[in-house]
Ligand binder design. Structure first.
Ligand SMILES: NC(=O)c1ccc[n+]([C@@H]2O[C@H](COP(=O)([O-])OP(=O)(O)OC[C@H]3O[C@@H](n4cnc5c(N)ncnc54)[C@H](OP(=O)(O)O)[C@@H]3O)[C@@H](O)[C@H]2O)c1
Length: 265
């Protein structure tokens, strides 16, 4: 995506604000034409106008609610059939709720539709075009919350663990020419907090990243070829050690007999 030889079109979901809007800014400045999707058309148009004026790239706006099946299918069809699209930034998402037992089930369902179903279906639509071409890029926005059940955000965290797993598993399946990245932001200063009824200013400011820094770091991780990028993690060896610990379990995760401690006399 960074090399000048290939400036394919980038489709960004959730581009009306926050992380998605900064991706739009940075990728326009790298010379990519853009398709920006979200529900708030006025905000998308304002961003599109600014980016056209500042960078000269083509920017198309698609009003879409990714929890609406018809809107989602329209975007999928575009991804699957438009040969100019080379990159999907699967970014749209919402944060979760505190108190699983008291949360409205339909609200949980909508969160899963946005953070899991839409992400998966859009990735599949992109893959159906990219894999035969052996070219293209899918960037999925996960979260460090997906690594930390202790944070007591069970549904949001589980959706983000799903996104990380999906990305890692697709790496095993896709040809090398199709690039993948899971980005795991920590707390980042965007509207996601107030949309979920939280005040980001209640957090220790040393734990909250500015959204410009977050996206610049994520793109640097992409340029360095990372499959999983945790923008705040100082030493990638820590992530590699975590993966190695998982690998150590592998030979014993499926065996003919139960472990000795489970054997009854
Ligand atoms: N900020 C953080 O602390 C943080 C940390 C870890 C991971 N992340 C992840 O990063 C991604 C972006 O988050 P953000 O912080 O930038 O959030 P944000 O500022 O709240 O922006 C979310 C974007 O998603 C769009 N969106 C929300 N619901 C949608 C729907 N039903 N259909 C289509 N678009 C929808 C919103 O646009 P409209 O309202 O116009 O539709 C907006 O453009 C998310 O996947 C989030 O989980 C964020």
């Amino acid at each position: 995506m960074s090399d000048s030889s290939n400036k394919g079109v980038v489709l960004i979901t959730g581009a009306s604000t926050g992380i998605g809007a900064v991706y739009a800014d940075r990728l326009a400045k790298r010379g990519h034409d853009l398709i920006l999707a979200a529900r708030d058309e006025a905000r998308l148009n304002a961003l599109a106008e600014r980016l056209r004026a500042e960078t000269g790239v083509k920017v198309e706006v698609v009003k879409a609610d990714l929890t609406d099946k018809a809107d989602l299918v329209r975007l999928e069809e575009r991804l699957a059939s438009d040969p100019t699209i080379d990159v999907l930034v699967n970014n749209a998402g919402a944060a979760g709720f505190i108190g699983f037992s008291t949360t409205d089930r339909d609200a949980i369902d909508r969160l899963i539709q946005l953070n899991v179903t839409a992400v998966t279906r859009l990735a599949q639509a992109a893959a159906s075009a990219f894999v035969p071409r052996e070219r293209g890029t899918i960037i999925n926005l996960a979260s460090v919350v997906g690594l930390m059940p202790e944070l007591r955000s069970p549904v949001y965290g589980a959706t983000k663990a799903f996104v990380l797993y999906l990305t890692q598993a697709l790496r095993e399946e896709f040809p090398a020419g199709v690039r993948l990245q899971a980005v795991l932001p920590g707390a980042t200063r965007t509207e996601i907090w107030e949309r979920a009824g939280r005040d980001v200013n209640d957090l220790d400011p040393n734990m909250v990243m500015d959204v410009d820094d977050l996206v610049d770091a994520a793109l640097s991780g992409f340029d360095q070829g990372e499959l999983v990028t945790i923008p705040s993690l100082p030493d990638p060896a820590d992530w590699n050690a975590f993966q190695a610990a998982r690998g150590k379990l592998a030979p014993n995760l499926s065996r003919r007999y139960p472990a000795d401690r489970f054997r009854t006399a």
